[in-house]
Design a protein around this ligand. Structure first.
Ligand code: AHR
Length: 328
């Protein structure tokens, strides 16, 4: 299954890849390793929407280098059509394996079937697809996003256990149709739904970005005078919302309690500073496990259908303790 590709062909194929990806922002970059048995991986990344994503990209690129895997990397700028183009380009280039983090859950069957027909195995990393046919990919490596939502809900239930007053919650959702947005919403709702005092008074997407988080929180604050809690599906949207809350003359972490997901450095700093109240960790450091799985899959070894990332949670005191050693 390993390929022998001359330098000339590599250069030609790289040019084809850029052309195939058009103006969608995809590039073929970052090759490492070499020799007859080098594995070539085509990796289609979601984008660069958050601190989490930047750390994830670095983890994948560093791990490929360390594992001697030749990585063809493309950034889809949060657009499914760019990911589909990139995957088709990797199929054309006859890479040994394709890995990707699907921006949304639906609409992958056709291109995954094309990869299967070309006998190129696929690994899902970070986010899932909703395809019924699980033979279209070898394994899915990433977090349990439903459990992350549950952890956020459990903290809230505990925080308000002595109160009978209504708790007005606003929710900043991740990218519409993405696995983390769907699952973090569902897990949170499952827990808080058991008590009628918890009310989600507004819920809208902030597309996992800081700018959109601020914009949507501005609108929430204008239309909802009595917000008690913000649940943001990632740190970046929470950090944008903090700017909006401060701009409205309120104190984040006190007037409005804030729960986020990720635990990237900026989020942890805001938690340690008392502006966020609780963070559910979602680890972006998937690169080493991804490369191990890729090597096994290419060799034809069995791998588990699902590999779940180990994660924790942080309150303000815990954030102060770990901040200096945080890797991302
Ligand atoms: O899929 C993981 C999510 O995507 C992260 O929580 C978020 O920050 C990122 O954009």
């Amino acid at each position: 299954m390993f390929k022998r590709i001359s330098a000339l062909v590599v250069a030609g194929l790289a040019a084809m890849s850029v052309a195939a990806c058009g103006s969608g922002g995809s590039t073929t970059a970052g090759t490492s390793g070499g020799g007859d048995s080098t594995i070539t991986m085509g990796f289609s990344q979601v984008g660069a929407e958050s601190g989490w994503r930047t750390a994830n990209t670095k983890s994948v690129q560093d791990a490929a280098k360390n594992a001697g895997i030749e990585l063809k990397f493309s950034d889809a700028q949060q657009k499914q059509e760019n990911q589909i183009k990139a995957i088709r380009s990797y199929i054309q280039q006859k890479v040994d394996i394709i890995a990707f983090s699907p921006v949304v859950e639906s609409g992958w069957d056709t291109v995954l079937k094309e990869a299967q027909n070309a006998k190129i195995p696929v690994i899902l990393t970070d986010r899932a697809v909703d395809s019924k046919d699980t033979s279209l990919y070898k394994t899915f490596l990433g977090s349990d996003f439903v459990e992350e939502g549950r952890k956020a809900g459990k903290w809230l239930v505990e925080e308000y256990k002595d109160s009978t007053d209504p708790v007005n919650i606003v929710e900043l959702q991740g990218t519409t149709g993405s696995a983390p947005a769907n699952d973090r919403k569902a897990g949170f709702q499952e827990i808080i739904g058991a008590e009628s005092k918890f009310k989600i008074v507004a819920s809208q997407t902030g597309d996992f970005t800081r700018a959109k988080g601020k914009e949507v929180m501005d609108a929430f604050l204008k239309s909802n005078p009595d917000i008690d809690v913000l649940y943001a599906h990632n740190d970046d949207m929470g950090l944008g919302a903090i700017e909006a809350i401060e701009g409205a003359g309120k104190v984040p972490g006190k007037d409005i309690k804030i729960i986020t997901v990720d635990a990237v450095k900026d989020g942890m700093q805001a938690l340690a500073d008392g502006k966020i109240n609780y963070i559910v960790e979602c680890s972006p450091l998937l690169g080493p496990q991804l490369m191990d799985l890729a090597k096994k899959v290419v060799k034809g070894e069995q791998v588990p259908a699902r590999v779940v990332t180990e994660e924790t949670t942080f309150d303000q005191e815990q954030a102060k303790q770990v901040l200096s050693t945080r890797q991302y």
